[in-house]
Design a protein around this ligand. Structure first.
Ligand code: TPP
Ligand code: MG
Length: 554
């Protein structure tokens, strides 16, 4: 047993090994010793305004970096971060949460210590439900193996993990494991793989109108490049979805556009649903990705790979990993030049934005203007609300330049996530497109963006409340929010002039504000874009219409 090797040192050593360069969180007395060790290590501590925001920040960090970690205190901190952890679980993002905990002697005595809710295992039990693995580190002899197991599972399964670290264990001496932390990626069953590839290739090669539907798992498993090879080798048209937007380049001549079931642009819908061989790669059939399940798929004409299995018609092949399937299929396909009729519309090119002389700014013109100013050094984060409904309006060429919580849809995610994104990818600039309601949820994190020198651009769509909810349902004053002087927030959060705010009501003002934002590349720039009435993207109009129609049928 090495003299100075402690449980805390082991955690930090592993974190360095797996590429964690920042730990986000909020301290509390049960974790102060561990926080001391963090700031003495090469890993940088990034304090957030609250634990929920730390959770969103590490989600953003992990989407860029492969993994992220937060440290919180017991009870008050652990309970606060839970919504973000649940989101990462739903969206399959690997993050690790370490929570401090009361020392063993208190737990053993069942003492009523501060931050305790009911019993000493409640928090662990709650985290168990929203993580793939968890451990309470009560025994220093076992701690290194438990820490390694949780980290390994978290990375392999691409899901959150939880470690509870009692205050008296932080500096307990433990054994330094000899081996590195080796992950064992999930493997395919070779027979199943070979058989399903041969069945899939036969169907694919025979088809007259094959189409590839690129899904969210391509993003989660970093398979965009591999899928692009398949697209190019086969010369088949492809579509993406909200959760997988830009996983394949949107200026590609084979790109049809984004598919959202019945809400899709007509040519995209016709080609995807009319295909005699729809090759669906890592697609999640979620309500928002399929126009409230309005897709019209015929399993007999589909090859469905994802979630570790492949389905072809009514044949099921278990234990087939998506990456193995794509690379195996690529070797078997015969390229032909398929007709890509109606490829993605010209919105996907950079149309210069010429501001009109109108008094009011419309949602459409806001998105056109933002699209013009986006570049490949920017990462767009779109909040649930009109922001993510407008996603097709933005041309994004690289997979990692677009972030959305398209499934869990927790509003307020994007501003703190931008903090994680910026620190994970210095040199790229996060651009948050947020509703006013979403922004109010986590607005304090603008101050951390300023403090950490992360030059995010934050565009707040000020449409005076929860517009998406007004559109989905009959309206009520529960959808009203307090009007803020959004553009004055930089003056509140920043005493050093590292940020600036604009309030824009016309196209010309918006254009100027975005032009300045691009020039002021070291500053946090907050733009309040005022959109009057119920003006919104066509995406939100469609969503509202479908929801209201579904309600009438009830
Ligand atoms: C944390 C959380 N609370 C509540 C909701 C329910 N919800 C979904 S969208 C929305 C309103 C969004 O309003 P805003 O951000 O202003 O966007 P807009 O629709 O006006 O563009 C709410 C409250 C949610 N998704 N997440
Ligand atoms: Mg709003």
């Amino acid at each position: 047993m090495s003299e100075n090797y402690t449980v805390s040192r082991h955690i930090l050593a592993r974190f360095e090994e797996i590429g964690i360069r920042h730990i986000f969180g909020v301290p509390g007395d049960y974790v102060l010793d561990f926080c001391d060790d963090i700031i003495a290590s090469p890993i940088k501590w990034v304090g957030t305004c609250n634990e929920l925001n730390a959770g969103y920040a590490i989600d953003g960090y992990a989407r860029m970096n492969g993994i992220g970690a937060a440290v919180v205190t017991y009870g008050v901190g652990g309970m606060s971060i839970m919504n973000a952890v649940a989101g990462a679980f739903a969206e399959q993002i690997p993050i690790i949460v370490i929570s401090g905990a009361p020392p063993a002697r208190r737990r053993e005595a069942g003492a009523m210590v501060h931050h305790l809710v009911s019993n000493y295992y409640l928090q662990l039990e709650m985290f168990r439900k929203i993580t793939c693995d968890s451990a309470i580190l009560t025994d220093p002899d076992k701690a290194p193996a438990e820490i390694d197991r949780v980290i390994r599972n978290c990375m392999e399964q691409k899901l959150p993990g939880y470690l509870e670290l009692p205050a008296d264990i932080v500096h307990a001496i433990c054994r330094r494991p000899e081996e590195f932390l080796k992950g064992v990626p999930a493997v395919s069953n070779p027979e199943n793989l070979a058989e399903c590839i041969s069945e899939a290739a036969a169907m694919f090669n025979k088809a007259e109108h094959p189409v590839i539907l690129a899904g969210i798992e391509l993003l989660r498993y970093g398979l965009g490049a591999e899928a692009l090879k398949l697209v190019e080798a086969s010369e088949v048209p492809f579509a993406t979805m909200l959760g997988s937007k830009s996983v394949l380049p949107e200026l590609h001549p084979q790109f049809l556009g984004m598919y959202h079931g019945g809400w899709s642009r007509e040519p995209v819908k016709l080609q995807v649903e009319g295909s005699d061989c729809l090759l669906s790669l890592g697609v999640w059939i979620t309500d928002l990705d399929t126009g409230l399940f309005s897709m019209n798929f015929d399993n007999r004409r589909m090859i469905n790979a994802g979630g570790g299995r492949v389905r072809i018609g009514n044949h099921f092949y278990e234990q087939v990993q998506l990456g193995d399937f794509i690379s195996g299929l690529m070797k078997e396909i015969q390229p032909r030049s398929y007709l890509v009729s109606h490829p993605a519309e010209a919105i996907h090119a950079k149309i210069p934005f010429v501001p009109g002389n109108t008094d009011t700014l419309t949602a459409k013109r806001l998105y056109e203007c933002l699209n013009f100013y986006l570049n490949d050094q920017m990462i767009l984060l779109a909040e649930p609300g009109d922001a993510f409904c407008a996603a097709p309006a933005f041309h994004i060429e690289e997979a990692e330049n677009f972030i959305v919580q398209s499934y869990y849809c927790s509003i307020g995610f994007c501003t703190p996530a931008a903090l994680g994104v910026a620190l994970a990818r210095p040199g790229r600039r996060p651009v948050v497109l947020s509703g006013d309601g979403a922004f109010q949820m986590t607005a304090q994190e603008v101050s951390t963006l300023v403090r950490e020198g992360c030059p995010a651009i934050i565009v707040i769509i000020n449409n005076d409340g929860y517009l998406i909810e007004r559109m989905l349902h009959q309206d009520g004053y529960y959808n009203d929010i307090q009007m803020w002087h959004y553009s004055e927030l930089p003056g509140i959060f920043d005493r050093k002039g590292q940020s600036m705010g604009f309030r824009v009501t016309t196209e010309a003002q918006l254009n100027e504000a975005l032009k300045t934002a691009v020039t002021e590349k070291d500053k946090v720039v907050l733009i309040e874009a005022c959109i009057p009435g119920r003006d919104c993207s066509t995406g939100l109009e469609r969503l509202g219409k479908s929801f209201r129609e579904a309600q009438q049928k009830k």
